[in-house]
Ligand binder design. Structure first.
Ligand code: 8YV
Length: 326
């Protein structure tokens, strides 16, 4: 049987690329230079299978130019907001993602930020590297205690629950907002309180963690109006997608001390970051590294391979976000 032409848009771990070469007619991007729109257009016109990442915008315009050959988009990543799903559906293209394997790594980074921001970790570390440490004092570098505080998790899927599990171990009280409550046994295990109304939850929380996907329904879910509901002594952590928060409004409020601080691993216009945020002391900013472990990226690659292989063998791939109807 002829091997499918698989175009991979970015450099993946060596073991994954080697396996892809063995199994498929794989066109790799060993230089890891992000593809231009023209290059992406050519890719959707020639590939049987495309393996994009968060940095490739497969919008309606690009997908409208895809060739008849393109049957599967096997996204390297859990979030699929880089792909216009409606266009893919209309063109009969199946879309898969890589859920589950990046849950713990992403939750670790969320927890790290939950600790880092109230305890001023980066600010403290910078004192040392800037040679400004003049000695200990009882009233210097004081942060806020994390234990006993209320954590409000927005989006209680796999990652949200993994954050809750970690946070509970650190003595935080778990609250969450989700489209629907999680199963009772899990809710009881986490001693979690469900809030049907996001607004009602926001006014009561000390730390907010964003863990929902970016969809048309969650775009600017934390709008300027909702951000104003949060107590000025509270913190926001986002390891999901920048688009879920109105970044301009957030930056303005942090600058005006209308919020205590923020830990952000994702941004609305990546790789650009609101310049206001870069100047603030009460924020910890990371370059979208929630799933950035070698093990995680290999697991993600293996999921991509399984999705392609099952699809190419004529079966339903396990991680279908969108099952083509055509
Ligand atoms: C990845 C992510 O870095 O999987 C996701 O949704 O945000 C990250 O874990 C990226 O998406 C890879 O494409």
């Amino acid at each position: 049987m002829k091997k499918p032409l698989v175009i991979v848009t970015r450099k993946l771990p060596d073991v994954i690329e080697t396996r892809m070469r063995e199994l498929f007619d794989a066109k790799l991007n060993v230089d890891d230079k992000p593809m231009s729109r023209e290059e992406l257009t050519t890719a959707v016109q020639t590939a049987d299978v495309l393996v994009p990442t968060v940095t490739d915008r497969l919008d309606a315009r690009i997908l409208s130019r895809s060739g008849d050959k393109l049957r599967l988009i096997a996204n390297f990543g859990a979030g699929v907001d880089n792909i216009d799903l409606e266009s893919a559906r209309a063109r009969g293209i199946t879309v898969t993602n890589t859920p589950g394997v990046l849950t713990d790594d992403t939750a670790d980074i969320a927890m790290a930020l939950i600790l880092a921001v109230p305890r001023r970790l980066v600010e403290g570390a910078n004192v040392l590297t800037n040679g400004e440490f003049k000695g200990w004092s009882p009233t210097w570098m004081l942060g806020q205690r994390v234990t006993g505080k209320r954590l409000g998790i927005i989006g209680m899927g796999r990652i949200g629950q993994a954050v809750a599990r970690r946070a509970k171990a650190f003595g935080l009280q778990i609250h969450y907002h989700n489209r629907k409550p999680i199963p009772k046994p899990t809710e009881e295990e986490l001693e979690a309180t469900y809030w049907d109304s996001l607004d009602q939850m926001l006014v009561r929380m000390d730390i907010i963690s964003v863990n929902c996907p970016h969809t048309p329904a969650t775009y600017h879910l934390l709008s300027a109006r909702r951000l104003k509901l949060i107590k000025p002594t509270s913190y926001i952590v986002n390891t999901a997608r920048g688009e879920v928060i109105d970044e301009n409004a957030l930056a303005r409020m942090l600058e005006a001390n209308e919020l205590a601080g923020a830990g952000l691993d994702v941004f609305e216009h990546e790789p650009a970051v609101n310049p206001k945020l870069l100047k603030l002391k009460n924020v910890v900013l990371l370059p979208h590294m929630g799933s950035a472990t070698l093990e995680g990226r290999i697991d993600m690659g293996e999921k991509v391979i399984i999705n392609i292989k099952t699809f190419a063998d004529g079966h339903k791939p396990p991680d279908r976000v969108l099952q083509a109807m055509l």
